[in-house]
Write a protein that binds this ligand. Sequence first.
Ligand SMILES: Nc1nc2c(ncn2[C@@H]2O[C@H](COP(=O)(O)OP(=O)(O)O)[C@@H](O)[C@H]2O)c(=O)[nH]1
Ligand SMILES: [Mg+2]
Length: 325
Amino acid sequence: MQIQDLGDKILNGDRRALARAITLVESRRADHRAEAAALLDHLRMAGRQAVRIGLSGTPGVGKSTFIEAFGMMLTAQGLRVAVLAVDPSSARSGGSILGDKTRMERLSRDPMAFIRPSPSQSHLGGVARRTREAVELCEAAGFDVILIETVGVGQSETVVAEMSDLFILLLAPAGGDELQGVKRGIMEMADIILVNKADGDLKPAATRTCSDYAGALRLLRKRPQDPEGFPKAMMVSAQTEAGLTEAWVEMQALIRWRRENGFWDRRRADQALYWFDQEVRQALLARLETAAAKSAMADLSARVAAGDISPAVAAEEMLRDHLGK
Ligand SMILES: Nc1nc2c(ncn2[C@@H]2O[C@H](COP(=O)(O)OP(=O)(O)O)[C@@H](O)[C@H]2O)c(=O)[nH]1
Ligand SMILES: [Mg+2]
């Protein structure tokens, strides 16, 4: 395969080339990894940027329904939309969160949209890198907006927030006045909280939930990357499509402000540093996964357990012998 040729096709918006390139970056084969790196280097020169929107929410809040409705609204405005996912559970469950094409039937048939399920790998670090690279490929292919979905479990929100320009938390109306057990750390990552299902019988509960979260957001420490009024909580209905235009208007206002005030570039630079750090750590850990390292680890473990050697000295020995090249 000619990498240069594949790259040029992607820059021309060729969707089959894009799909092929995503398959390439998902591969773990060493020769594929090298080709993927060359391809991404080639494409980076084009310097294209999309608006990357991360979207998180627990199962059932309406992520798929929202992405379909929101995506269709964007394509109707002439914007090209790509949808990706970070789904660490997909390897286990066998089906990715984007697998439920029924809820995204219209969007998946829309020629302005491109939907790609999460690579099925259980290792979150691997999923993160491949999704990040898929994001870069979609940017090079000329997409205007990239939606990156994740389920609200474990570390996956951080992974998505660290590859997004905007991080959106989708919530459902709550029964009581409890804050749905949303962890403070997740709240602090959110740029906009969208309370979905603000329709029919659920409208009053949605209104309450929205004002509860607006209050909670106001109590958070002010972040330099936010203009007055952000982060904010808003109501939407993915089903009736109410509030979707308003949500997009707010997202664009936030993006514009951040661009004009240097926070857009700074965030992307900070994210690049974050992933550099992660890659170094993961590569170091991978060196402990070789057969030789595992066997040395087992030997040292036995000696540590027997009290023959201290944990610290054993660790030093391990690092000395197995972290070098
Ligand atoms: N009333 C109402 N139901 C919704 C809305 N959005 C999604 N749902 C319903 O909520 C359920 C879960 O939606 P889905 O998009 O699959 O959620 P996901 O698991 O977060 O992807 C489905 O039965 C949807 O029809 C909405 O705006 N209003
Ligand atoms: Mg879904």
